[in-house]
Design a protein. Structure first.
Lengths: 497, 122
């Protein structure tokens, strides 16, 4: 059922528009958003692998009758291979990532429906629009199409930040928008240079043009396009110098909103990262470039997390730092390392969502996220404490959880590729992540309760506990059976490298 | 006579540079937003310039044109389509950023970026 491929983008977008129209009709918004959100994860599971050509515009070479009727300077040249329309590719990687992304979207909506007496159609609009836009980015084989949905995702992210109750949300949103509005056109200019060189914005066409020698991979125009697109990439994923603003937006949103924001960042990272690898893999310095920025991201973020006292900012910095592992996997550039990076991306999506939602409970109960003012929560909420603790272990790479499996693969790939220093850095960063996590866990749960801290008597919604439990089960299952997804990832990477 | 394509390319480069200067170095948020708009339009002009063809025709195939002649003489239509989409996206993001600027002005009574954004914790 290849027709389901575009529906993964179309359904969230139509749902977003519908829910925005229904804004104000509380029960209708709740019912419609719940039904659509629970159905969405099924689409990637039911869809067949393959390509979808929008408008039926397949490359001319696949359409013999039409090709023979065209002039010879089209039919006998590379023009016949060009992708005329937008192409979506759906494979094992997309299936796994989209299933878990939609599941996370469902959990975020489930929590929102249960937490808020009045469900906002506009907020649901933002979540569905964000899901639809990053899905399009992951599926698309067209870099301009990716850029358009990247801009939509940025705007949806800003909307999610603004829908929280944080006092500083407008200031943070403005900073993010200013940076995004600079990063977006710079990315577009880079795409323009590629268009000027190849005449197409299809990633496969551009990649083929480089492989076949039609483009000199060290020509100034090609290098300039790399610089511009790389800048757009590091902005979108929060690698330095954008790591502080990225962690700030996580801390300003609601807990379930932060989980969605981080999931968007991970999918954008993977989509643009894979596009960059496919187009620019012939550049001699690309690996070093990616490794450098990823290492900076990891080290700076973990350092900031160590000195920070705001719980949500700490998780934000840890989440941004974890993205550095993905970058290292891409930077090492072997089949094993890229597979490990993709697996780490999937794990990151699940683990950080668990931590954002889990620690969000603390904010809900105590109205503070300052770790110096917290303490003693294990007495009142031991179940959540244990689940969050295991989630933190997964992030730090403690066996047998999913974070351990992906980090082990990354370390093995670094050793196999003769980068022992990178393996050592990854182990050290994991240890520091573990220490940071233990510090915040101790401050919030184990430390004696400060006298001036008031813990609300209200019960934590069951939807929140259930969501944390589901995410935790996924962490354990993927930790015990990583081959459930790694096999498909490996097949995808095999076709790439 | 000045090459139109080269002039447009230089112009788009100037737009982007002026926009970058305004967005990074000017303190007034509205001026920053104007700078951002300059960068967006510079990028759009750059794309449009790529499609330019000296003495070319609009890429619409009319009944009296032979396909061979049309292919040789028409401008490249893809960048036009891309810019059309980009303009819409740019206008939308500009609307959002202006709306946030309005809220910030009501909240702080000022449009100074250093005053409004400088003291937040990032």
């Amino acid at each position: 059922m290849n027709d389901l491929i575009p529906l993964m983008v179309i359904i969230p977008i139509i749902a977003a528009i519908l829910l925005n129209v229904l804004h104000g009709k509380n029960s209708l918004v709740k019912i419609v958003s719940f039904i659509i959100a629970i159905c969405l994860p099924l689409i990637p599971l039911l869809s067949n692998y393959g390509l979808h050509y929008f408008g039926g515009h397949s490359p001319l070479i696949d359409n013999g009758d039409l090709l023979n009727s065209l002039p010879s300077f089209i039919s006998n040249t590379n023009l016949s291979n060009l992708h005329i329309g937008i192409t979506y590719y759906f494979g094992g990687l997309q299936k796994a990532i989209l299933f878990f992304l939609f599941l996370l979207g469902f959990l975020a909506i489930f929590i929102t429906i249960n937490e808020r007496k009045r469900s906002s159609g506009s907020y649901m609009f933002l979540i569905f629009m964000a899901l639809g836009s990053v899905t399009a980015m992951l599926l698309s084989d067209d870099i301009f199409h990716m850029y358009i949905f990247f801009e939509i995702a940025i705007t949806a992210q800003v909307g999610i930040i603004l829908s929280s109750n944080d006092d500083q949300r407008y200031e943070t949103a403005m900073k993010y928008m200013i940076l995004g509005s600079i990063g977006g056109p710079i990315l577009l200019t880079g795409i323009g240079f590629l268009l000027g060189l190849v005449g197409s914005v299809n990633i496969t066409d551009i990649s083929n043009a480089v492989k076949n020698g039609l483009i000199d991979p060290i020509s100034p125009v090609f290098l300039f396009s790399f610089g511009l697109i790389f800048f757009g990439w590091i902005y979108s994923v929060g690698l330095p110098p954008f790591h502080t603003i990225k962690s700030a937006i996580y801390s300003k949103a609601t807990p379930s909103g932060s989980a969605i924001l981080q999931a968007l960042s991970v999918v954008i990272f993977l989509s643009f990262g894979l596009a960059i690898l496919r187009i620019y893999s012939h550049l001699p310095f690309i690996n070093g470039f990616i490794i450098f920025f990823s290492l900076c991201g990891m080290i700076l973020s973990i350092t900031m997390a160590l000195i920070e006292t705001d719980l949500r900012r700490i998780i934000g910095f840890l989440a941004v730092g974890e993205l550095g592992y993905l970058g290292l996997g891409f930077g090492i550039g072997t089949k094993l390392s890229v597979t490990a990076a993709l697996f780490q991306g999937l794990n990151e999506l699940i683990i950080t969502a668990l931590l954002f939602i889990g620690f969000g409970v603390i904010l809900q109960l105590t109205k503070t996220s300052n770790i110096n003012k917290l303490g003693g929560l294990i007495e009142s909420h031991p179940k959540i404490a244990i689940m969050v603790l295991i989630g933190g272990f997964a992030m730090a790479g403690v066996p047998p959880l999913n974070g351990f499996q992906s980090k082990l693969m990354l370390i093995q790939s670094a050793l196999n590729a003769n980068f022992p220093e990178l393996a050592i850095i990854m182990i050290l960063i994991s240890i520091v992540t573990f220490m940071t996590f233990i510090k915040i866990f101790h401050s919030a749960y184990l430390k004696p309760k400060p006298k001036d801290l008031t813990i609300e008597k209200s019960l934590v919604p069951r939807s929140t506990i259930l969501s944390i439990a589901i995410l935790l089960i996924i962490c354990i299952v993927l930790g015990l059976m990583p081959e459930l997804v790694v096999k498909d990832f490996s097949v995808f990477v095999g076709g790439l490298i | 006579m000045i090459d139109v394509q080269l002039a447009a390319l230089l112009c788009s480069g100037c737009f982007i540079l002026v926009g970058l200067y305004a967005a990074i170095f000017l303190d007034n948020i509205i001026k920053k937003i104007i700078g951002i708009s300059f960068i967006e339009e510079g990028a759009n002009l750059f794309l449009i310039t790529l499609a330019y063809k000296p003495k070319g025709v609009v890429p619409i195939l009319l009944p009296n044109m032979s396909p061979d002649w049309f292919i040789t003489n028409s401008a490249y239509p893809l960048p036009h389509a891309l810019v059309l989409t980009s303009v819409v996206i740019g206008a939308s993001t500009l609307a959002v950023i202006l709306a946030i600027a309005m809220v910030l002005y009501k909240k702080h009574g000022s449009l100074s970026a250093s005053e409004i954004l400088g003291d937040s914790n990032e």
